[in-house]
Ligand binder design. Structure first.
Ligand SMILES: C[S@@+](CC[C@H](N)C(=O)[O-])C[C@H]1O[C@@H](n2cnc3c(N)ncnc32)[C@H](O)[C@@H]1O
Length: 453
């Protein structure tokens, strides 16, 4: 296709949709233009920035007809920081878009006909993130800290973020000012010089416990006592200060080695009536309010009577496992991160569960082995990372036929792909419920129920 527009052209377009990155999509003779800041149902005069063979990019020059759902983005960094993409869309508009997006993705990618239920949104869709990973660097006039601009590694120097909890704001705004005083140099990604790469702040919403993780390039950290003192002053209720060492030239944030500098090794949080200990390298859902909503949905889909054996694949620190263990005969969880499995075992003990078993390893290897050893599951729950389930795990499900599969997913595209594989292997998707775990962003979580035909 030859582009009907070229760079620097001005055209008026009607915005039909949003991309997964939150860009408006308008078409000129069928040729899609991705438009920064534009919303569905808007008409805008746009300036073409770049054209490629099958699509181009443009920015708004004049908004001729705004969407009825357009609102003023409340964050001063919106548009610069890549963290949120939808603050200029009312929360109702965001929910509506996410629900429809899930519906469309299910049909387009998976040819899945199952009903998509109304999305479960939040009452107060702000300050929900219990974990922030804040990159540090040297700016023109001193250390800076914030989040990356969209699709770059350029840090927007920030003082606060409206979707994170207050402890992360305190670190973001103040720690950079203290670094020079105590002689800690921020890391430079290009030269691989410097010390402090990221600071991770994790808050237990229900307990108010706080963990601060300093990700350093080197293990040797002469200023560690000074750093501990500064952090304790900034957040007097901090309960854990941890150093993680990452010496690699990589975008991966955490390295393998973690040492406690001050306080406890883990923090605690509560979901429903279950307490969880969480260590620095373990996955834990970032929106604790909606986590309970999501897990209750998974529990409803699991339809447990007390007689079932459940496998929880990709179980993290055993959160879903323990939620289900209340109503199941037995739950077996598998997870690749060993520290998370240690957390899961401790969490089962902490909450007095005697009907759980956890094992560290790749789900796609451990679960087939369990089946070969004669272990059987009535209900199998999967909650994989964004790339979805490993094909070997899907094959195992199809071969061993658990009656119910509950699929929890943070990526509708890989969910739709995997549902298709399971449908072709003899399952029927009964329904899908989206849950808004990530307000103000384009991300959406889903919980799907499949039943063996
Ligand atoms: C989306 S998280 C879900 C964790 C947990 N269900 C929860 O709700 O907190 C996905 C988890 O899968 C783990 N993981 C990634 N690849 C894996 C694999 N091949 N086998 C088992 N676990 C894996 C990650 O470490 C992470 O803890």
């Amino acid at each position: 296709m030859t582009a009907p527009v070229k760079k620097n052209d001005r055209v008026t377009v009607y915005i039909e949709d949003l991309t997964h990155d939150g860009l408006g999509v308008g078409k000129v003779d069928g040729y899609p233009l991705f438009i920064h800041g534009a919303l569905p149902q808007e008409t805008a005069e746009v300036h073409v920035l770049k054209t490629l063979k099958s699509y181009g990019f443009a920015k708004i020059v004049e908004l001729k007809e705004p969407s009825p759902d357009r609102v003023e983005a409340p964050c001063m960094y919106f548009g610069k920081c890549g963290g949120c993409q939808l603050q200029h869309l009312s929360y109702e508009g965001q929910l509506h878009w996410k629900e429809n997006m899930v519906r469309n993705v299910m049909k387009r990618i998976g040819k899945i006909e199952a009903p998509v239920r109304p999305i479960k949104g939040m009452e107060h869709p702000w300050n929900y993130r219990n974990k922030s990973q804040i990159p540090f660097a040297m700016g023109e006039s001193g250390p800076i800290a914030g989040f990356y601009k969209s699709r770059t590694h350029d840090i927007v120097d920030m003082e606060r973020c409206l979707i994170q909890m207050s402890e992360a704001d305190i670190i973001m705004a103040n720690l950079k000012k203290e670094l020079e005083k105590i002689g800690i140099e921020p890391y430079n990604e290009t030269t691989h010089q410097g010390m402090l790469r990221h600071v991770i702040v994790r808050t237990g919403r229900a307990t108010d416990e706080v963990m601060v993780v300093l990700v350093t390039k080197k293990r040797k950290f002469p200023q560690k006592d000074a750093a501990v003192e500064v952090i304790r002053k900034l957040i007097p209720h901090v309960t854990s200060i941890v150093q993680n060492v990452n010496s690699e030239k990589t975008n991966v944030i955490l390295g393998k080695e973690t040492m406690t500098l001050w306080g406890k090794e883990t923090i605690e949080d509560t979901i429903g009536d279950i307490r969880f200990e969480i260590s620095a390298r373990s996955f834990y859902q970032v929106n604790p309010v909606q986590t309970e909503v999501l897990y209750n949905q998974a529990l409803e889909y699991a339809a447990l009577t007390g007689e079932e054996t459940v496998i929880d694949a990709y179980c993290g620190i055993g959160t879903i496992s323990l939620f289900l263990a209340k109503k199941a005969k037995q739950v077996m969880g598998v997870e690749i991160v060993e520290e998370a499995i240690e957390d899961a075992k401790r969490n089962a003990e902490l909450n007095g569960f005697a009907n759980t078993y956890f094992e560290a390893g790749p789900a796609e290897e451990v679960i087939p082995r369990w089946y070969k050893e004669g272990k059987r599951a009535d209900v199998l729950v999967v909650d994989p990372p964004r790339k979805g389930c490993d094909q070997a795990l899907l094959n195992t499900i199809i071969e061993y036929k658990p009656k119910r599969v509950v699929y929890v997913s943070c990526n509708p595209s890989t969910l739709a792909r995997d549902l298709r594989v399971l449908e072709d292997g003899g399952y029927k998707t009964m329904e899908i419920t989206p849950v808004d775990m990530f307000p103000q962003t384009t991300h959406v979580e889903c919980c799907a129920l499949l039943i063996k035909k």
